[in-house]
Ligand binder design. Structure first.
Ligand code: NAD
Length: 353
């Protein structure tokens, strides 16, 4: 297998400082070749501004790849805000954040991410119009993106089992790690398709409810990796597939909603070397960003759903490319995304309705 070494430098970095509201962060635009750089706003505790900027650069690059492979007319960017050390006024913080996003004149589109909520984005939208992930308006895309993310993952699983086993999902066993918004929606879809579910989740009320509803077997948080199953679906944390996990895993396919599933690039090669089909995370979990894009670009729900339903074909394209070039799937996804970004013509016009 060839090895992949990251990464292109970002197009621009914008430092955000507003001492009166406590705003301290950065917006990184990795690429605007395909369109406005879209990616959420993370509010998290960082030990230094450098740590925050590094994380933003990594996440912005990931968004550029995800948006390119989802065929969205969007580039990739990310805002990372440092969580103020003491009490702070959330309204002032997100108003100040909105003003900073507005200064970028539509080259960056924000939305919620880890540590931020729909209501934070509603506040930011009071000072800036380049905000998505707002409360859904009747009959239009918007609101909670997780059902769309789950649908894209489900369709990708159908594609992956066809490819790996020449079969459909009925009768297969899927081990789902994490029953939050994406994991529980995914369990509903899998149950409907006749799949046997094994689940792990630290919240006992949630795991009991899902197990009851979808006839799932509950296992401990650590035991989910050793579960005898065809598919392992990480829907909680990142970096769950590391060297140790690859050795324990009994599944033949890894396909889930979580971001940054591979602890390191090496782990993608380890999976490939063991014959495990890894469905690259940002290819299969793009349903959420498709919903956000639809909201921002003014597409209707049918258009959004049609695009989410194409996720399986997009996975096939990546896996075919990997086979043709003799690459591990995560490497193939990165290469294809870079090709798409490089091939796009800069000079887009915003199509905001
Ligand atoms: P969530 O916070 O609603 O769910 C995460 C769940 O994982 C929680 O129920 C939590 O209790 C559980 N969990 C925590 N530690 C666990 C452990 N050790 N083992 C098993 N379960 C554990 O988040 P979500 O919105 O469902 O997103 C899940 C993942 O998918 C995240 O990695 C997120 O970044 C990614 N993702 C989500 C979306 C979306 O539309 N929500 C889109 C793309 C990617």
């Amino acid at each position: 297998m060839f090895k992949f070494v990251s990464a292109a430098p970002p197009e621009s970095v914008h430092v955000l400082r507003d001492p009166s509201s406590g705003l301290d962060g950065v917006i990184v635009l990795h690429s605007t070749r395909r369109g406005p750089a879209a990616g959420g706003c993370r509010l998290w505790s960082y030990s230094s501004s450098t740590e925050a900027a590094k994380d933003a650069a990594r996440l912005a690059e990931g968004m550029a790849y995800k948006n390119a492979l989802a065929d969205l007319p969007l580039g990739g960017g990310k805002a990372v805000l440092r969580l103020p050390p003491g009490p702070f006024d959330r309204r002032s913080l997100f108003q100040a954040f909105g003003r900073e996003v507005a200064k970028l004149q539509g080259s960056y589109v924000t939305a919620e991410d880890v540590g931020t909520t729909v209501s934070d984005m509603q506040i930011a939208s009071g000072t800036c119009r380049h905000v998505a992930g707002l409360t859904a308006v009747q009959g239009r895309p918007g609101g909670d993106p997780s059902p769309w993310t789950a649908l894209g993952v489900f369709i990708s699983m159908q594609e992956a089992v066809r490819r790996k086993f020449g079969a459909d999902l009925k009768g297969m066993t899927v081990a789902v790690q994490g029953l939050g918004s994406v994991g529980s929606h995914l369990c509903g879809l899998l149950h409907g398709a006749g799949v046997k579910l094994v689940v792990a989740e630290p919240r006992s009320d949630v795991v009991a409810r899902v197990a009851c509803r979808y006839e799932a077997t509950i296992v401990g948080l650590d035991a989910i990796l050793d579960t005898k199953c065809e598919i392992f679906a990480p829907c909680a944390l990142g970096a769950v597939i590391d060297e140790h996990a690859v050795k324990r895993l009994r599944a033949r396919i890894v396909c889930g909603g979580a971001n940054n599933v591979l602890a390191t690039d090496e782990d993608g090669y380890r999976l490939a070397d063991r014959g495990v089909l890894y469905a690259p995370d940002y290819v299969v979990n793009a349903g959420g960003i498709i919903n956000v894009a639809a909201e921002y670009l003014g597409w209707n729900t049918e258009e959004a759903e049609m695009r989410v339903r194409q996720t399986g074909q997009r996975l096939t394209d990546v896996l075919d490319f990997a086979d043709r070039k003799g690459l591990a799937s995560h490497h193939a996804a990165n290469d294809l995304a870079r090709q798409r970004i490089t091939a796009s013509q800069p000079g887009w016009k915003m199509e905001v309705v």
